[in-house]
Design a protein around this ligand. Structure first.
Ligand code: ATP
Ligand code: MG
Length: 362
């Protein structure tokens, strides 16, 4: 698939305008703070329903205005698809696909397939477990239909279970806890099994990419909450999770939070035998992040049978010549959006200059 046309109105600093893209590599160049990342953010918003920079929807409205609207025309096997996202301050967001209003973000996922590469990807490697979980969940949500729903249900039950822990501590009976535990186990096991399978897939891909780019070995270790080396059997996972919940109840009551479950999980990326988070150099970590994204792209392509769109925000300046060449070769045949401060040293199919929120095609 590819984005044929984009229309933005009151989105960040971008001027109200319609932009037509080409099918191959689109290069956006301009000085700092002109609107390059904002443009990619508007496309990614139509793909995932939220900002890739973690901004709230209200923050996307142009300063001094009270709404924004973004629309894209996507081409897919000669079919045009229209996706719209509108938001007015203090009102609900409105998302439409081909003119039909959709009820939840999970219905949007899969409509416009994108993978974003940005310098912040390094945080997935460097930062704490919540960053990796968030990343993993967003990747899986696009390729596994019920995953986001299960995750949302799980989180809802978790909040209620934690509230219940408080009332038990205050003297209420424990008997109702089992009902919550059973529900938590039901959704939790589904999440764990899917994460296990996705990470296995990531491992296969990341191994290949890392070997080709830097001749290093890679391994992924899923630190699941049930302590299983292979958490792919849902019934076994359910049983183990239930046991773990029962075993930890005293700790749960002490801290008034649930100590075990998918909300506490993590995964490690082991490079040449060592945990990349702890032992890899900055450059190595950047390469691992790049390989992780390339894996995400491969899996998305394979699972959907579609050609995803690549959004590369400011990553070219951070890569050495070999890595740059490798990534550009892999992107052949896919629509790609690249932001860069200069037009030089990047070969694209079409170029756009961005200045003060105005995008001009050359
Ligand atoms: P860099 O090369 O530094 O990454 P960029 O071209 O990617 O720059 P953007 O991140 O797109 O820059 O931001 C462009 C400008 O948009 C910034 O000056 C920023 O302050 C401004 N901006 C951010 N949010 C809003 C908003 N809601 N309304 C208006 N302007 C905004
Ligand atoms: Mg930027």
């Amino acid at each position: 698939m590819y984005v044929k046309e984009l229309f933005v109105d009151n989105f960040r600093n971008l001027q109200k305008q319609k932009i037509e893209f080409c099918e191959g590599i689109n290069i956006f160049y301009g000085l700092n703070a002109q609107g390059k990342s904002n443009l990619l953010e508007s496309i990614r918003l139509l793909s995932m329903g939220r900002s890739f920079r973690g901004s709230k929807t209200t923050e996307l409205i142009k300063f001094g205005e009270d709404y924004f609207y973004v629309k894209a025309i996507i081409c897919q096997e000669n079919n045009d698809k229209k996706i719209e996202f509108g938001y007015k301050r203090n009102e609900n967001k409105v998302i439409k696909v081909n003119g039909n209003k959709i009820k939840s973000t999970s219905e949007l996922l899969g409509q416009l397939l994108t993978v974003i590469f940005s310098p912040e990807d390094l945080n997935i490697i460097k930062e704490g477990p919540s960053h990796r979980r968030k990343y993993l969940d967003s990747c899986i949500s696009v390729v596994e239909k019920n995953y986001l729903y299960n995750l949302m249900q799980y989180n809802k039950i978790l909040i209620n279970r934690n509230k219940l822990l408080k009332t038990i501590k205050e003297g209420k009976s424990r008997s109702i806890l089992e009902v919550f535990d059973d529900q938590l186990v039901e959704y939790g096991a589904k999440i764990i099994v899917v994460r296990q399978s996705y990470l296995k897939n990531v491992e296969i891909n990341i191994k290949k990419f890392l070997l080709e780019i830097s001749n290093e070995t890679a391994e992924i270790v899923y630190l699941n909450s049930v302590g299983l080396k292979d958490a792919s059997d849902e019934e076994i996972v359910k049983k183990r999770l239930k046991e773990k919940l029962l075993k930890n109840i005293d700790l749960d009551l002490k801290y008034l939070t649930t100590q075990v479950g998918p909300h506490r999980e993590d995964f490690k990326i082991i490079i040449n035998g060592y945990d990349s988070r702890v032992y890899s150099s900055q450059g190595q970590q950047r390469t691992v992040a790049l390989c992780l994204k390339l894996s995400e792209f491969e899996i998305l392509k394979k699972e959907t049978g579609e050609k995803p769109i690549l959004l590369l925000d400011d990553v070219m300046s951070e890569l050495d010549e070999n890595r740059k060449k490798y990534i550009l070769e892999r992107l052949q045949g896919f629509q790609t959006f690249i932001t860069h401060t200069t037009k030089r040293d990047l070969k694209g199919d079409c170029y756009f200059k961005i200045s003060n929120g105005v995008v001009i095609k050359e």
